[in-house]
Design a protein. Structure first.
Length: 283
């Protein structure tokens, strides 16, 4: 049982967020602000997309932990747990994995509901190679400018040679697949996620290969991380959340989720910082 999430579900009363026709709850506004290319309005518990279609915000159901993960609505996605932006990074609370409740219908509509559809939006980003001055191409979606945001991350990272071992030889970006051991599509399926160097990072399921299906207490799950936090700061400034802020740690993993980082989005997303061009040899 993931007590942290469960507690939130118990104490969250969906009725408390019942929208008035003329008022937009803050969590809904955050969602609208995060995806201005796609979402245009909210009324009477429905989000209106720019193509005119409507998506229910809150299904009004009380859910167990498993149900919350398997049938996440937008309200669950926005209100379950807040992602703590910035530094310092505290050890996540027991079973707290903010950002891992994802409304699958929402992501599939936005980024593609089949492998072919998601693939059709992929574009290259020039990424860092192990050797300074060299580059490689990686592929992410162009929707919501994710490629531009990731390119801005690369342009910042290249200025820090000591971070290079962590961000080169990456684990991957686009991969149409379910999350290991579940039926839910991984954010990698939508071209919005990147895994850094797997040899320099940690994933709780790899640390507990034989027994990860058991309760966190039974496997004595203990958070750990070796990814430098400077990397986290850079990614967050460009709209990506980090899997190292989850009790069920996945410290190689970053995914574009601007709705979880509203302040960062307002300040920085869409405004690549001026840094040396990637690949340019420094000093
Ligand atoms: Zn990942």
């Amino acid at each position: 049982m993931r007590y942290c999430l469960f507690a939130i579900l118990v104490f969250h009363n969906p009725k408390a967020f019942s929208p008035q026709a003329d008022s937009i709850p803050p969590s809904v506004q955050r969602l609208l602000d995060a995806y201005p290319d796609h979402l245009e309005a909210y009324q009477d518990n429905y989000i209106r997309w720019k193509d005119g279609s409507l998506m229910q915000y809150d299904d009004g159901r009380f859910k167990t932990e498993e149900e919350a993960f398997d049938s996440t609505d937008l309200e669950d996605q926005m209100n379950a747990l807040s992602y703590p932006p910035g530094l310092p990074v505290d050890t996540p609370g027991y079973n707290c994995d903010p950002g891992t409740l994802r409304c699958q219908e929402f992501f599939m509509k936005m980024y593609g509901n089949t492998e072919a559809a998601a693939k059709s939006h992929l574009v290259p980003v020039t990424w860092l190679a192990p050797k300074a001055g060299q580059t490689k191409r990686i592929w992410v979606t162009s929707i919501n400018g994710v490629n531009e945001h990731l390119q801005a991350v690369a342009q910042e990272l290249v200025a820090y040679p000591h971070l290079r071992p962590y961000v080169t030889n990456i684990g991957g970006t686009f991969n149409w697949r379910p999350i290991m051991g579940t039926q839910r599509m991984s954010p990698h399926s939508f071209g919005i996620a990147i895994d850094l160097n797997t040899r320099r990072s940690e994933y709780w399921k790899w640390d507990h290969k034989d027994n990860w299906q058991l309760d966190s207490v039974e496997i004595n799950l203990k958070w750990r991380n070796s990814v430098p936090l400077e990397i986290v700061e850079i990614f967050e400034r460009h709209g990506f959340i980090w899997g190292g802020k989850w009790f069920h740690y996945d410290t190689m993993h970053f995914e574009y989720r601007p709705e979880m980082l509203p302040d960062q989005k307002r300040r920085n997303v869409g405004k690549p910082t001026r840094r040396p061009a990637i690949g340019k040899k420094k000093g």
